[in-house]
Design a protein around this ligand. Structure first.
Ligand SMILES: C[S@@+](CC[C@H](N)C(=O)[O-])C[C@H]1O[C@@H](n2cnc3c(N)ncnc32)[C@H](O)[C@@H]1O
Length: 239
């Protein structure tokens, strides 16, 4: 049996969002964010989880705040959720290698695991050092941030990817909240689901945002790990 046929539906199977995070180098590529793009911005990372973007960016002098529901837990609980989810996700990868590109951010499975662990170490160190200053507990779609508190909001590996558990209404509510608190724009990556296909809810979500007066467009980025997962959605207030 090939890995394709033993996994006919394709893609990683998860019943909840994974507690696994990405590095700043991945964020920069996913969101087409060069260093000069971040200067002077006040960035919010929505559903940031255990990504090291906030830690690394602040260490370089940029202004980044992270928001996630896991920040209501202590570091031991987050650590055990990370190791549980690494086992769940990485345990499925050998059967799914054909769905990913291994000439991009990762050379092989070992490299992927190492980078995820490195991201987690940098995150947890920063979380323990800066706690509430940088890591804000929230349960989306609601946050306690005031209007236009940030300039740019980034949403990585949360919306669209998990369309099998998060519905259209939730997507629109999360994006509307992001647009309330980010004065310039909201960027979302990726736009594919776990099967590597463009999320079926992408069009209805964009239509609803357009109807609410927001301007949506899709941009290609330089990041591609899941094959075909190389686009981001940019949403801003219509000018
Ligand atoms: C796959 S992780 C993505 C982490 C990070 N953005 C990245 O790409 O590295 C998804 C995150 O969504 C968070 N999450 C799921 N539902 C949430 C909710 N309702 N409110 C806030 N965070 C949520 C989870 O706790 C998890 O950290």
């Amino acid at each position: 049996m090939t890995s394709e046929s033993s996994n006919p539906a394709g893609g990683i199977k998860l019943t909840d969002t994974a507690i696994i995070g990405r590095t700043m180098s991945e964020y920069s590529a996913m969101f087409s964010l060069a260093a000069h793009d971040m200067e002077g911005e006040n960035i919010l990372d929505f559903a940031a989880g255990c990504s090291s973007f906030c830690a690394e960016a602040n260490a370089m002098g940029y202004k980044v705040t992270a928001a996630d529901r896991i920040y209501g837990s202590n570091h031991e609980t987050i650590e055990s959720a990370f190791s549980r989810d690494m086992d769940v996700v990485m345990g499925q990868m050998p059967e799914l290698m054909h769905m990913y590109r291994w000439d991009g951010p990762f050379k092989n499975l070992g490299d992927l695991i190492d980078q995820r662990k490195r991201a987690f170490s940098a995150f947890i160190r920063d979380f323990r050092a800066y706690g509430d200053l940088r890591y804000v507990h929230c349960r989306l779609p609601h946050t306690g941030f005031e209007d236009k508190r940030f300039t740019l909001c980034l949403i990585s590996h949360f919306l669209f990817l998990y369309e099998h558990i998060l519905d259209i209404r939730f997507h629109v509510d999360v994006l509307s909240e992001a647009l309330r608190i980010a004065s310039k724009e909201v960027r979302v990556f990726p736009l594919v689901n776990f099967k590597g296909r463009q999320a079926s809810i992408l069009s209805p979500v964009m239509e609803e945002l357009n109807a609410r007066g927001y301007y949506c467009h899709i941009r290609k980025t330089d990041y591609e790990f899941v094959k075909n997962g190389n686009e981001m959605l940019v949403v801003s207030t219509r000018v």
